[in-house]
Design a protein around this ligand. Sequence first.
Ligand code: SF4
Length: 412
Amino acid sequence: MSRKTKGNDLTRREFVTTVGLAGLAAAGAGVTGALATPEPPPAPVKAQNQGMPRGKLGKTGVEVSTLCLGGMFDTINNQLLLKQARKWGVTYWDTAQAYGNGLSEEGMGRFFARNPGARKDIFLVTKLKAKEPNLSAQLDKCLQRLQTDYVDLFFMHGLTAIDELTPATKDWAGEMKKAGKIKFFGFSTHTNMEDCLLGAAQRDWIDAVMFTYNFQVMYNPKMKEAVNACEKAGVGLVAMKSQAGRPGKHEIGGEVKLELVERFLKRGFTDKQAKIKLIWENPQIASICVQMPNLTILAANVAAARDQTKLTRGEVEALRRYALETQAGYCAGCGQICQDAVGGAVPVNEVMRCLMYHHYYGEPELARLTFAGLPAEVRQRLTSVDFSRAERACPQGLAITAFMREAAEMLA
Ligand code: SF4
């Protein structure tokens, strides 16, 4: 897969300055909007992709921007950000019915309605849960909120096992394509990602997958096998959760982290930027989906995407060392292991994700909302289930009991 760039209206100097100031503080998914939001430049908006690299999304053949605007934020009140994203060539937008219970889609729809001509510039993705009753009617509602007749790519949201996609799902995807409501079909996953990817590679009707992919999981042999299988099958790949956020509130790997930060700052990168650059260096990944809820973060990530400076071998090694050092605090999404150990009573890594939103990304509201979306009986079980078997089985050695109790107390 090729990386293509055109022009460059954010210079290397601007990149270093922007990144140095903003620190790419929120380059991962589910990030805080705490940074100051500057006024956008008054330049008129034109459809353009200046300097933004493009990646080919597998067999779809579509060249998408390698930076994707994750829509898990208040898009209704951030219309200027949508405008600027388009102007800077971030033309792959990702939303879902679940983001703000349709409000994220509504904000994007408002943008399309107010900016005639914008829709054709945007590669638009939305998602619905596979278990959603009456998917067709739900998709129609998504399209209404988005004020469009079609989405470029439709994802089943948050798959945990490939068999959640049934033969009926395949038929439905075919019907929706025929009806012109979706152009391509796939799924997103942050649980049991490797098995889901391997399953996608065996189903020729899966066009693309968005999955948790970062410096913590990318070296795992099974992940490499799964990514290779998808590439061979032509499944387009989009990374998310690129910062490998952890569920714990305490910083770990302190000294190694300091060394890492110093090393990258000398080169004009932050460690967070280095983590996404590492993913961009893998040509198997077409794009990285990042939450960018304010213009400072958007500008910093756009600059990072446009910068063509490669990480050195030593820098890649430093990230690998850091990954090993901090492995024990990272929930790797291998949910089948811990879920089986508690007889399916609790989707442990879903709860871990809520804690990650709270502690790592500083998004308590998002953490509470995501937690509230878990079935009530699951939330009630967190203090009564015996997680000792799950702790013994967890390859990352996470203190699952303590994390589950903390979630029950803090997020209820
Ligand atoms: S808690 Fe452990 S076993 Fe469960 S998903 Fe996380 S890393 Fe995997």
